[in-house]
Design a binder for this molecule. Structure first.
Ligand SMILES: C[S@@+](CC[C@H](N)C(=O)[O-])C[C@H]1O[C@@H](n2cnc3c(N)ncnc32)[C@H](O)[C@@H]1O
Length: 464
């Protein structure tokens, strides 16, 4: 996917920041960036990107001021209140129910701005678990690319206006009123680890139960969004939840997240990541070309697999369906919901159950062919030959298997017909043989009779 290079002078500016200031803004939407840069340039009375580039080169700290303008920090406590209510009544209880009583709960606010988001969540968790248990069990991470915002978040001090969205009883319980404003009680703050983290470049935090990244993705172009979502897939536990902002939509080419609640933008993990997803988060500098060529190779094989005229399934080492091509989907009526499902519980898996231990065939390292697998349908019986081929990686580790279902119904019908015709032919030729033998013996009898008659005639003539 190539980026729309709106303006070469502007792209030169972005490249300068990336290579000379370690500040990579190339993944952000150009329209937002240009507005924010324009705002900063207006303040400095600079009227072209080229002149602003010279200004940046001469003023080494200017990029920090610019960043402050570019990274929009707007936030509030319990922003989009109804989504937070849903989180409190549906999602938090689910997370707690999925755990042992003392098991840790790990949450991450990515793009936390001045901290209101992570404190809102911590308050909800303290309300549900009780403060003591919350302090024991909950591990909070709050990250942002903007150091100034993180500083504010660590201070946890908010104005009257900023706390106006916090319900009164919670304000009294979790805040201290000071001359500087409302401060989150220190005991709660000790549970949070704040840190600088760039979503487009840094490795994600792992084993997360609830990942909030609200009103951040909207600033990125689709390619950067997709790569951030892949990182989030890594970050979340299998049972974890992703909580996005109200106006955000998922852009990934495959459903690696599935919605739990569309309106409130809450998702769980969907499809497993594939090679292309992994490539999306590889740094694209010097490896860019390699990644591109690998991507096109991957696309080639993927298309070949998907459009193959015979039905094929990919089953991973744990026995779950991780891929099915178009023919397979049509033949067995599979949908995306069946992916990641144990293969032996799906119809094609059940069909071969009688012939092999389906629960273990995907662990075999040797290929196998199963003949004449029967499938009863309302239109009659179908027959398949199933080839099971192990898939090994370069280190000869088994990744799973590819199962190819070749429909032999027509062949089987022809074969049966041929067998029947051959049997008929044999029966008729045997009957013919019998008739010929009978004919021959009849002919011989006639011959003998004729000879006898001839002899008898001769002897009676001699007697006369
Ligand atoms: C509009 S605020 C959203 C704050 C909060 N999540 C909310 O919804 O109220 C966007 C935040 O994303 C942060 N941000 C922007 N780019 C980022 C990046 N590449 N990595 C991490 N945070 C980033 C900004 O610094 C800003 O604090």
């Amino acid at each position: 996917m190539s980026l729309p290079e709106a303006n070469p002078e502007f792209e030169a500016l972005l490249n300068y920041l990336k290579h000379n200031r370690g500040c990579d803004l190339t993944g952000y939407k150009r329209s937002t960036l240009m507005r924010r840069f324009g705002h900063r340039m207006q303040n400095l009375s600079i009227d072209s990107y080229q002149k602003y580039l010279h200004y940046l080169q001469r003023h080494s700290q200017e990029y920090l001021v610019l960043l402050n303008d570019v990274l929009i920090n707007f936030t509030s406590f319990f922003r989009d209140r109804d989504a937070w209510d849903y989180l409190a009544t549906d999602i938090i209880p689910k997370i707690i129910a999925s755990k042992q009583p003392n098991e840790p709960i790990r949450v991450w606010s990515a793009g936390c701005a001045a901290g209101q988001e992570i404190y809102s969540l911590l308050i909800l968790l303290a309300e549900t678990l009780g403060i003591e248990s919350c302090l024991q069990r909950v591990q909070c991470y709050a990250t942002d690319a903007d150091e100034a915002a993180l500083k504010q978040a660590r201070q946890a001090t908010y104005s009257d206006l900023e706390v106006s969205s916090v319900p009164r009883d919670l304000l009294q319980k979790y805040f201290e009123q000071t001359d500087q404003g409302y401060v989150i009680r220190p005991i709660l703050r000790q549970n949070i680890i704040f840190g600088r983290h760039d979503l487009t470049q840094d490795a994600p935090i792992s084993k997360i139960d609830l990942l909030m990244c609200r009103n951040v993705l909207i600033y990125f172009n689709p390619e950067a969004q997709a790569s951030i979502l892949v990182r989030f897939h890594f970050a979340l536990k299998k049972t974890g939840f992703l909580f996005l902002g109200k106006s955000e939509t998922l852009v990934n080419r495959r459903q690696i997240f599935t919605p739990v609640h569309m309106k409130h933008q809450i998702y769980t993990k969907g499809l497993k990541l594939d090679l292309e997803d992994h490539l999306a988060i590889n740094p694209k500098s010097s490896k860019g070309q390699l990644a591109e060529s690998l991507t096109s190779q991957t696309q080639f094989w993927q298309t070949a697999f998907e459009t193959n005229t015979v039905a094929q399934f990919a089953v991973d080492i744990s026995g779950c369906l991780v891929g099915a091509n178009e023919q397979a989907n049509i033949l067995f009526g599979l949908t995306l919901d069946d992916w990641n499902y144990p293969f032996h519980q799906l119809e094609p898996g059940k069909l071969i159950a009688a012939h092999t231990s389906v629960k273990t065939f995907y662990c075999h390292r040797r290929p196998a062919i199963l003949k004449d697998i029967e499938r009863k349908t309302s239109q009659g019986t179908q027959y398949f030959d199933v080839a099971i081929a192990p898939v090994l990686n370069a280190k000869k580790q088994l990744l799973g298997s590819i199962l190819t279902f070749v429909n032999k119904t027509d062949c089987k019908r022809l074969k049966d017909k041929l067998e029947y015709t051959n049997a008929e032919l044999k029966r008729v030729s045997e009957a013919l043989q019998t008739t010929q033998t009978e004919l021959e013996s009849a002919r011989q009898e006639i011959h003998i009779l004729a000879e006898d008659t001839h002899k008898r005639n001769q002897s009676s003539e001699g007697a006369r």
